[in-house]
Design a protein around this ligand. Structure first.
Ligand code: NDP
Length: 457
């Protein structure tokens, strides 16, 4: 046993930190964990989980409309924001309790405190005003929403952190950004009946995705009634009477709203942790620079999850945490494999995607075949909804390997989780062709894509 208080001290009890700490404790390490806010981290407390509850809530907004085509009367339906937020908070409290219990049951000590580094083995616990020492330190503090502080009145806007606790549902919402969070919250507020305007600085929202995906989501947003203004940013935000604000855009357009929402990215929260003072290398965004075993430039300090700004997704942080614990505490060196990670945007309709976008595949492979279809799903035939569904396969023409699959439409994330298994395992287009369709489903279109797509020019 070492002379340190702990074998591992983890700063940050989010998805990555909790997984690493639990596993290390199960492997016999003496583990301490500090969390300054709530155990569970962004995903559980103010990210994926509460967001998904808001997504479910907002989907009812469209479902009541659709139900009429199937003979239901859905008159006088009413929505109560307070009930939604209270029920959501109850569930988050329950999950928070489970995370705390799991850590304790594994044998880890939890400190409800901000923790900063004094030297490479010493952590200062601010709430208790004392130091603890550890042989290895894991930095798993995650990221936080970023807002553009150069915009006058920027603090009149909220981020996702505050949006989960609004006292009332706004009527008019202006959203900045064109990535995951901006699109998801634009759809949530629209589904709940708000007027929504999305302001994006570029041309194509979700620009990191396959172009067909971004075009489809853009047009479906507009079909749902979201106003989308591209090639503009916020110039200033001014207070008006009551809750109202005026947002002036760089193109001169003025928008009035009772909620201004920043969805312009997140940043690692390494400020003030003491990392740079002890020689831990940070990149220009403040992310901890790590090697493939999540080791920082200081040999006993490691980092996993969003604080490393690799792939900022919960399941990735969990895997990175597990790989770290296996390597350092179970004598089983393990690296995270970043290829073919499935991703979803919980827009309405949602996006599910795995593997190469068409432009990425064309940049890396010589012969790329594209198969795609864009159709109105069967369910919409009786509802009158014009919402469409996109399915696209990106195939290596030389080997027949499916390099990417992209779906926009109802249940796309559920479909893509299963398809990702096959794509990761190296499925060929011929395997799709040999799979019998499951009828009648939307997903059957994936195994009946026969014609290679030929661009018109
Ligand atoms: P993203 O990186 O997805 O999107 C940020 C958006 O803000 C982009 O459209 C970007 O434009 C725009 N932007 C950046 N800087 C400025 C600026 N100065 N002025 C105006 N617009 C700006 O970040 P998010 O905050 O949406 O999400 C953060 C991360 O969290 C994601 O990358 C994802 O990894 C994770 N996440 C995952 C979810 C999921 O799995 N469903 C849900 C939510 C978050 P441009 O495109 O031109 O760069």
């Amino acid at each position: 046993m070492s002379d340190f208080d702990y074998d591992l001290f983890t700063i940050g009890a989010g998805s990555g930190g909790v997984r690493a700490s639990r596993l290390a404790a199960q492997y016999g390490a003496r583990v301490g964990v500090a969390e300054e806010y709530r155990v569970g981290g962004t995903c559980v407390i103010r990210g994926c989980v509460p967001k998904k509850f808001l997504v479910y809530a907002s989907e009812f907004g469209h479902a009541f409309d659709d139900a009429r085509g199937y003979g239901w009367s859905a008159e006088n339906v009413a929505f109560d924001w307070k009930t939604l937020i209270e029920n959501k908070d109850d569930e988050i409290d329950r999950l928070n309790g489970i995370y705390i219990r799991n850590l304790k049951n594994a044998g880890a000590d939890i400190f409800q405190s901000r923790a900063t580094l004094k030297d490479k083995h010493t952590v200062h616990l601010h709430a208790e005003n004392r130091d603890v020492t550890a042989e290895k330190i894991l930095v798993a503090v995650g990221g936080a929403p970023w807002t553009d502080e150069s915009v006058p009145g920027h603090d009149l806007g909220v981020t996702s952190n505050e949006a989960f606790h609004l006292k009332k549902l706004p009527k008019h919402v202006v959203v900045a950004g064109g990535g995951y969070i901006a699109i998801e919250f634009a759809c949530i507020f629209r589904g709940l009946g708000c007027d929504v305007c999305l302001v994006y600085r570029g041309e194509d929202i979700l620009r990191y995705f396959d172009t067909d995906v971004s075009v489809q989501v853009h047009s479906e947003l507009k079909r749902k009634g979201v106003r989308v203004i591209t090639q503009a940013v916020f110039d200033k935000i001014e207070p008006l009477d009551g809750d109202m604000k005026r947002v002036t855009l760089s193109n001169g357009v003025e928008l009035e709203a009772d909620l201004v929402f920043w969805g312009v990215g997140r940043k690692p929260v390494t400020d003030g942790l003491g990392l740079d003072d002890i020689g831990v290398e940070l990149d220009k965004n403040g992310a901890v620079v790590v090697d493939e075993y999540s080791r920082s430039s200081v040999d006993n300090i490691f980092a996993v999850g969003d604080v490393t700004n690799r792939v900022n997704l919960t399941p990735v942080a969990i895997r990175e945490g597990a790989a770290f614990a296996e390597t350092e505490f179970n004598d089983n060196p393990m690296k995270m494999d970043y290829r073919f990670i499935p991703k979803a945007v919980f827009s309405q309709p949602p996006v599910g995607t795995v593997g190469y976008a068409e432009h990425e595949a064309r940049a890396e492979f010589k012969n790329i075949d594209i198969y795609k279809t864009n159709f109105r799903p069967m369910k919409n035939m009786l509802t009158g909804s014009e919402e469409r569904m996109l399915m696209k396969l990106v195939v290596d023409g030389d080997t027949d390997r499916v390099l990417g699959c992209h779906i926009v439409g109802v249940d796309a994330p559920e479909m893509i989780q299963c398809i990702a298994i096959a794509v990761k395992a190296g499925v060929k287009k011929a395997d799709f062709d040999q799979t019998v369709a499951l009828h009648p489903t939307a997903a059957e279109e994936l195994v009946t894509l026969r014609e290679k797509f030929k661009p018109a020019f």
